[in-house]
Design a protein around this ligand. Structure first.
Ligand code: ZN
Length: 360
């Protein structure tokens, strides 16, 4: 009997050890957003908690910059990504402002506007259209970064997250001597607006589903639903290239409210009554619905840490995504974390569960 117990122990030890090596290698190779290999039930996760400590926070190796235009402002902007200290999170910096305070933390509570894009603000310091670069950062598992802008809006690049992925990969990613932190959903949280809804529910990994509802003959030709489990699908290869899109007929209305002033077929998929106007067509057959997932990932990364859970969106957009993020943060019993509070330069960040610091 004693031998049997000893053998079982050895087997379990090796199983957990090699499972970890297998999954962590797989994650490293495929750069899936940097979340840990939680394909196991919770009790197993607890058993391998010590090994999960090996997942470290990440930033970039050196600064890199790009020049582009804001899709809504139409203004030229220079964006510089700079490495940031561990436990400082993602911070936007308005380098064009000659004020002592020129930073806005990339956190859901700072979202100030969700009309056609997600904008954050801290007092009079504003940063517009943060969702695509935030999505790319999630995709590469970046935890700490300074994003310097020479004007108010993040450059739209080609309308997807792929150019940000390429920028970061051109300088490389470095691990930091601090443990990566995750926000784990422990019960379902759902927000609604009319027929639209967005929810997060427990899941051992990260999964995102979206249903796009639009009564239009061109949209009707393409898939309107997608469900992606990022344990088997690569964000970089299969999602990051999905571009923003819109009906050409809706542009005058957007211009009337000072939006989409920089929009063109170079940074969006344009659609008229006959079809897609871009030369070369779509990058993915389900590019429209995939872009909605890309947006949701960027909006939800404003929770300050990557999520362990499942997102489901139905006709939802930036407003509901932010409503969901705020609802989660308000419900203490809906999530826990393997990290703790993040202290940014000169400001306190939201304190997460105090017991979390002892949990890891
Ligand atoms: Zn978008």
């Amino acid at each position: 009997m004693k031998h049997l117990v000893a053998l079982s122990f050895i087997f379990i030890h090796f199983y957990l050890h090699f499972s970890f090596i297998f999954f962590s290698t797989r994650y490293t190779l495929r750069a899936f957003g940097g979340f840990p290999p939680l394909f196991f039930q919770n009790w197993v996760v607890h058993s391998i908690k010590v090994k999960l400590l090996m997942l470290k926070q990440r930033t970039i190796k050196q600064s890199v910059h790009a020049i582009g235009i804001g899709v809504h402002s139409g203004e030229k902007v220079r964006m510089t990504l700079r490495p940031a200290e561990a436990n400082t999170g993602i911070t936007f910096v308005r380098s064009d402002l000659n004020t002592v305070h020129n930073q806005v933390p990339a956190l859901a509570d700072y979202v100030a506007d969700t009309t056609l894009s997600t904008s954050i603000a801290d007092g009079s310091i504003q940063v517009a259209t943060v969702e695509h670069v935030m999505s790319a950062l999630w995709g590469l598992g970046i935890d700490n970064l300074l994003i310097e802008l020479s004007s108010e809006e993040v450059p739209i690049m080609d309308g997807s997250a792929a150019p940000f992925i390429n920028m970061i990969n051109s300088v490389g990613i470095v691990e930091q001597p601090a443990q990566k932190q995750f926000l784990r959903i422990t019960r379902e949280v759902k927000v609604t607006q009319g027929d639209a809804f967005a929810l997060l529910k427990p899941y051992a990994g990260f999964k995102a589903g979206y249903t796009f509802v639009a009564d239009h003959q061109v949209y009707d030709r393409y898939p309107k639903h997608v469900s992606i489990d990022f344990s088997s699908t690569s964000y970089v290869d299969d999602l990051s290239g999905a571009r923003s899109f819109g009906l050409i007929d809706e542009l005058p209305h957007a211009h009337a409210i000072n939006k989409c002033l920089g929009s063109s077929l170079e940074n969006a998929v344009g659609i008229d009554s006959s079809g897609v106007l871009n030369e070369g067509g779509l990058r993915y057959r389900d590019e429209f619905v995939k872009h909605k997932v890309l947006d949701a990932i960027g909006d939800l990364f404003l929770l300050g840490r990557p999520i362990l859970g499942e997102f489901v969106g139905h006709m939802s957009g930036h407003a509901l995504n932010n409503k969901l993020a705020r609802a989660v943060l308000r419900c203490d019993d809906a999530w826990d974390t393997v990290g703790y509070s993040i202290a940014g330069p000169g400001r306190s960040r939201p304190i997460l569960h105090p017991e979390a610091s002892s949990a890891v």
